[in-house]
Design a protein around this ligand. Structure first.
Ligand code: C2E
Ligand code: MG
Ligand code: MG
Ligand code: MG
Length: 291
């Protein structure tokens, strides 16, 4: 084919596909080892009450520093984990690690540390694993009640296998966990699920929040999501809150919580606990002691 005119383009394209497949495979192998050798960790980003700034919870976000020092983004390794099936051990690890951290924070705080943790569940993980029993086991192993956990799922999970996901969601609610719809507004789902599934929180996708102060259309979408959530009795969390102005505007529009660089970037466990303890009102340790 090398002699044919114009075939260079095809060959280049194929070379590109092979290179991509090879790098996917290399990442899959490295990720498998990282999971086995327990080299993943979780970062914790506060989710704050927009009106008071008080920390309501933290979202646990997977982090992977490769042996050669490369920091891989979950935006690239979560899809690889999903395609390879590694999302099952990764997801189980994340649930257990989050519960372990929360129990550790409680110990260090001398009682209920005052926060809940949110863990992400992927659509493929929910198809391939029995997530609710995994969460139940982690809670039991670390001596936590279910109300300390929330689980974030996306609309794609609901679309992929509605019956199975509904069953998992009800089982998680029976454990006492809260359920959040992540990246709300970006999926291609039928809104009917909002009235049939036990969803507590809508997380407004960052794409509607970023730049909303200069974009009336985005404000209109945010308002619509907020009134939908209110009508259905759900709480709301805005993603991507990067400035004071955004936090104030969102609070004025009636959004409950905010998450974003204005409050903090995702933090290592120690830094997250320090931020939580520093932000607690002086009386809360006394309240915790009487619980
Ligand atoms: P997500 O669940 O929507 O998490 C929020 C993402 O937005 C995080 O990216 C966070 O660092 C980022 N973020 C938070 N505040 C701001 C802000 O003010 N500005 C900007 N520009 N970004 C902000 P991260 O940590 O890179 O995670 C990306 C995605 O990877 C997550 O999106 C989630 O879908 C997935 N992910 C991360 N950890 C896990 C995990 O343990 N399991 C699963 N299934 N997915 C995970
Ligand atoms: Mg999330
Ligand atoms: Mg999100
Ligand atoms: Mg997102």
């Amino acid at each position: 084919t090398k002699r044919c005119k114009g075939s260079g383009r095809i060959e280049t394209h194929q070379t590109h596909i092979f290179a991509e497949a090879r790098s996917q495979f290399a990442m899959e192998t490295a990720l498998r080892h990282a999971i086995e050798q327990r080299r993943l960790r979780l970062a914790y980003q506060p989710i704050c009450d927009l009106a008071t700034g008080a920390i309501a919870s933290f979202e646990a976000l997977a982090r992977w520093t490769d042996v050669d020092g490369t920091e891989h983004s979950p935006v690239s390794f979560i899809p690889v984990a999903e395609e390879s099936g590694l999302i099952v051990p990764l997801g189980r690890w994340a649930i257990d690690e989050a519960a372990r951290t929360l129990a550790d924070w409680d110990r260090q705080a001398g009682g209920h540390c005052g926060a809940r943790l949110a863990v992400n569940l992927s659509a493929i993980q929910m198809q391939r694993d029995i997530v609710a029993p995994v969460v139940g086991d982690a809670l039991r192993r670390h001596g936590l009640t279910g109300d300390r956990f929330s689980l974030e799922l996306t609309e794609s999970a609901i679309v992929s296998d509605p019956d199975r996901v509904a069953q998992t969601m009800h089982a998680l609610k029976a454990l006492g966990c809260k359920l959040a719809m992540d990246d709300f507004g970006t999926g291609y789902s039928n809104l009917a699920y909002l009235q049939s599934l036990p969803i507590d929180i809508l997380k407004i996708d960052r794409s509607f929040v970023t730049g909303m102060l200069a974009d009336r259309d985005k404000v209109a979408i945010v308002r619509a999501i907020l009134s939908l959530a209110q009508a259905l009795g759900m709480q709301t969390t805005a993603e991507g809150v990067e400035t004071t102005e955004l936090s104030q505007t969102l609070a004025a529009l009636g959004c409950t919580n905010g998450q974003g660089y204005f409050y903090a970037r995702p933090l290592e466990s120690d830094a997250a606990l320090a931020m939580l303890l520093a932000s607690r009102p002086a009386t809360s340790s006394a309240i915790a002691a009487t619980r």
